[in-house]
Design a protein. Structure first.
Length: 189
């Protein structure tokens, strides 16, 4: 469970959840809204800490709840994520979404820049991604500053691609775009 007051035009103006103490240069998003089922992997190997999970709550009357699991993964462990992968998926099929997708209001969060990565699965060489919903501000074929990217190519339509996506959102969500929700499936070689 992760349920806090949602954003206002993409800004976490009432409640915020922030992780402090990860490696310098790590892009860890500030969260608010509904993020149940989401996960984050943080690089902390070059940091001395302290490592903090900081939740700031406004006086807004809202039934907040969260359940957070913290696990430290040794750098030699097979579950260790590739460098700078905030989210990491290792199953042949699954689903992922932008933070606060399906929240109330369902708005993408401003100022995001992070990578969603898919691990190597023996016997699979590519990945298909089917976006159930993709609302990142495509205006007349131009992605603008809100998009996902693969190998530098901006994606603002349904796409099939290789192994890593990077999410970018600017600091303006006046159009109240929702973000995205997708299912993925690894494809056999």
């Amino acid at each position: 469970d992760f349920d806090m007051v949602g954003p206002l035009r993409g800004d976490c103006t009432n409640d915020t959840f922030v992780v402090l103490g990860a490696n310098q240069g790590s892009n860890i998003p500030t969260l608010c809204g509904i993020n149940t089922g989401q996960h984050m992997y943080l690089d902390i190997d070059n940091s001395d800490g302290p490592f903090k999970l900081v939740s700031t709550m406004s006086a807004f009357n809202y039934m907040r709840r969260w359940k957070i699991k913290v696990t430290f993964i040794d750098e030699k462990h097979p579950c260790k994520t590739p460098f700078r992968c905030l989210q990491y998926f290792t199953e042949p099929t699954g689903a992922f979404s932008s933070f606060n997708f399906g929240g109330s209001p369902s708005q993408m969060l401003n100022g995001q820049m992070y990578s969603i990565c898919f691990g190597y699965v023996p016997g699979y060489c590519d990945i298909g991604i089917n976006y159930n919903r993709y609302d990142l501000g495509n205006i007349n074929g131009d992605c603008g500053n809100d998009y996902t990217a693969n190998a530098g190519d901006k994606l603002c339509v349904n796409a099939t691609g290789p192994i890593s996506l990077t999410v970018f959102t600017d600091d303006n969500n006046e159009r109240e775009e929702e973000g995205f929700s997708a299912a993925y499936m690894m494809m056999a070689c």
